[in-house]
Design a protein around this ligand. Structure first.
Ligand SMILES: [Zn+2]
Length: 259
């Protein structure tokens, strides 16, 4: 296999750094520095209220629903302006509405979005802690059924693992892809977040590790990368920046494992 067709990059920042650029141009500049050929950005700071971080599509609370809808609308509009094809979102937590109620709420918010042409909303799989939804593939399939919006999905390897899918072996990765295909449909897999995990399978704990250095390990990460690349799906890293291992290191590692 060659590394020519593998699409891998990092989560980069639009904030001005040491480089000459600011805003989205800085994110692209950083990506090139890391050796990535795709990636993702926060379109605005995750610390503020109007941010995707606090979006909760499953909420039964009217005010939070409105804020989530407004924030998502800003995101899809920003994506259209920047010519970015995908907006990634977590479903959030049902906080008492129940699994079915929460997924219905999410479908209803997605229905109310006015998504510009050329932009697709991606729902990301979740680690599934507390009342957060999206850990089980069935949740993703239900949301797709609940909304008339043509959504697609992003699988985060650390979340899939935390939610109980054993992707630490080649056979486990095959089984997980088969299950995703049966329940959701592989044609709806648009993106992968490539992260190893610091915690065990099924723990619902979401803490990312460097590629091949966590609990998923080398065999599982290698199999997942190869399977994802075979589907032509791009991968973005959200690995930590510790132990002297940068995004650059992790991108290189992903390419090594693919070969
Ligand atoms: Zn992720």
């Amino acid at each position: 296999m060659s590394t020519d067709d593998i699409r891998v990059g990092a989560h980069t920042s639009i904030a001005k750094s040491a480089g000459p650029y600011d805003g989205p141009a800085n994110a692209v500049h950083q990506q090139v520095e890391y050796g990535g050929n795709c990636g993702q950005i926060f379109s605005h700071s995750p610390q503020v209220w109007q941010s995707s971080y606090l979006v909760n599509l499953c909420t039964p609370k009217d005010d939070l629903r409105e804020k989530s809808l407004t924030s998502m609308q800003e995101e899809v509009d920003a994506a259209a302006t920047l010519d970015v094809p995908y907006v990634n979102v977590h479903l959030g937590a049902h906080t008492g509405a129940g699994v079915e109620g929460g997924l219905r709420n999410a479908g209803s918010v997605l229905d109310d979005l006015d998504v510009p042409d050329g932009v697709t909303v991606l729902v990301e799989s979740d680690a599934g802690s507390g009342t957060k939804l999206g850990g089980q593939f069935e949740h993703l399939a239900t949301v797709a059924d609940e909304t008339s919006l043509d959504i697609a999905f992003c699988l985060d390897t650390a979340h899939v693992w935390a939610a109980g899918y054993d992707i630490s072996t080649e056979a486990g990765v095959e089984e997980t892809f088969t299950e995703f295909d049966d329940v959701v449909g592989l044609d709806r897999l648009a993106y992968v977040h490539l992260n190893d995990s610091k915690h065990g399978c099924g723990t619902n704990k979401d803490e990312h590790a460097h590629i091949g250095e966590g609990e998923i390990g080398v065999e599982g990460m290698r199999a997942f990368i190869r399977r994802t690349a075979a589907e032509g799906v791009p991968m973005a890293l959200e690995t930590p920046t510790e132990d002297g291992k940068s995004f650059e290191w992790n991108i290189e590692r992903a390419r090594e494992l693919y070969e």
